[in-house]
Design a protein around this ligand. Structure first.
Ligand code: HEC
Ligand code: HEC
Length: 291
């Protein structure tokens, strides 16, 4: 009797292992397909300035768009995910130093990366959040490029990207935003310049930096990073509905909310929102309150 149970348990276990192995091979196959998929896009050329005002705007944008979190403050690149199950992911060296961008990385390549999430082979960059950047106007996107190109060269090799089985599974199941080119509207027509005043429309424009975590509706929910803190509702039906403009600005500059919560920078990147100008924060406040 006992040996019969053991035999059946063995058969069940073996079948589960086989099913698991087949499921994983299918997912890994889909993952490789996504990695190797090439995109045919039309990269609209724009003029990239070199004047000091443009470069200063680009420096500000590099800070408030969080580029430094993944590419380092000196633009030399750094590892920002190092997880035994998911893998190792780092932002590339964005300078033309030794082991950095090749000389052939021209404005078209910059635009292709920032507006289409593509590398020079027209394959999707991995985890580079171009889905948050592709709607930026020509003025801002060219300022970022101008700033990056004006920075001192750093001789550091770009980190090698290694995606482990769990990372592949999560990416294929859409639980990890690994393929920006998959979710970008490649036909989107960016305006030459949007009006940058404390207005609802400018707040909406800036909120592209919040929707990656707070969702397109800005009502929050599950964290896009597996295991991360639940994301807050930042529309007027959340706490923000009761906050004054000054309380909102204090919360985004210090991480301290009127309810007495100290936001952790790892959960809610307030050290990044701290660098927004008053006009930018006011615009965000007006937009979020309008939702
Ligand atoms: C969440 C992390 C993250 C943020 C934030 C981020 N990047 Fe990236 N970026 C990456 C990763 C990772 C790669 C490399 C992807 C690859 O090689 O597949 C990358 C690649 C790039 C590339 C392409 C380089 C090449 O060799 O093809 C450019 C250009 C770039 N990023 C610019 C920027 C700029 C400018 C910003 C801010 C506006 C920014 N990135 C913000 C993670 C990030
Ligand atoms: C990397 C993900 C991420 C990004 C990007 C992000 N947030 Fe958050 N935010 C969170 C998480 C997670 C929480 C909840 C933290 C907690 O409950 O401790 C949060 C909380 C907040 C809160 C506090 C809400 C409350 O009820 O206490 C505000 C306000 C906020 N975010 C505004 C913004 C704005 C504005 C932007 C865009 C400029 C933004 N966030 C971008 C992840 C993010």
């Amino acid at each position: 009797m006992f040996s019969k149970i053991l035999k059946w348990a063995g058969i069940v276990l073996a079948s589960l292992l086989v099913i698991g192995a087949i499921t994983y091979s299918v997912l890994a196959y889909k993952f490789n397909q996504k990695v190797n998929n090439t995109y045919a896009v039309n990269v609209r050329p724009i003029q990239v300035g070199t004047d000091s005002a443009t470069i200063a705007n680009g420096k500000h944008l590099y800070e408030i768009k969080g580029c430094g979190e993944c590419h380092a403050a000196d633009l030399g690149g750094k590892v920002f995910v190092n997880d035994p199950a998911i893998g190792t992911i780092g932002g590339s060296n964005l300078t033309y130093g030794k082991n950095g961008l090749p000389e052939s990385f021209d404005d078209k390549a910059w635009l292709s990366a920032l507006r289409h999430g593509l590398n020079v082979e027209n394959k999707s960059l991995l985890l580079m959040p171009s889905e948050d950047y592709y709607r930026m106007d020509d003025e801002d996107i060219s300022a970022i490029i101008a700033f990056c190109k004006s920075q001192p060269y750093v001789d550091r090799p770009s980190p090698e990207i290694v995606i482990k089985p769990m990372g592949k599974i999560l990416a294929v199941l859409g639980k990890l935003p690994l393929f920006p080119a998959d979710i970008i509207d490649h036909q989107h027509q960016q305006p030459a310049v949007v009006e940058k005043t404390a207005s609802v429309s400018y707040g909406k424009y800036l909120s592209a930096s919040c929707t990656g975590c707070h969702k397109t509706t800005l009502t929050g929910g599950e964290n896009p990073v597996p295991g991360g803190a639940t994301v807050a509702n930042i529309t007027s039906s959340g706490h923000i509905g009761k906050w004054s403009k000054d309380e909102f600005i204090t919360a985004l500059r210090t991480g301290n909310t009127p309810e007495g919560k100290a936001l952790k920078n790892e959960d809610m990147p307030w050290q990044m929102t701290a660098k927004y100008t008053d006009v930018e924060l006011e615009a965000l406040y007006l937009y979020l309150k309008s939702l």
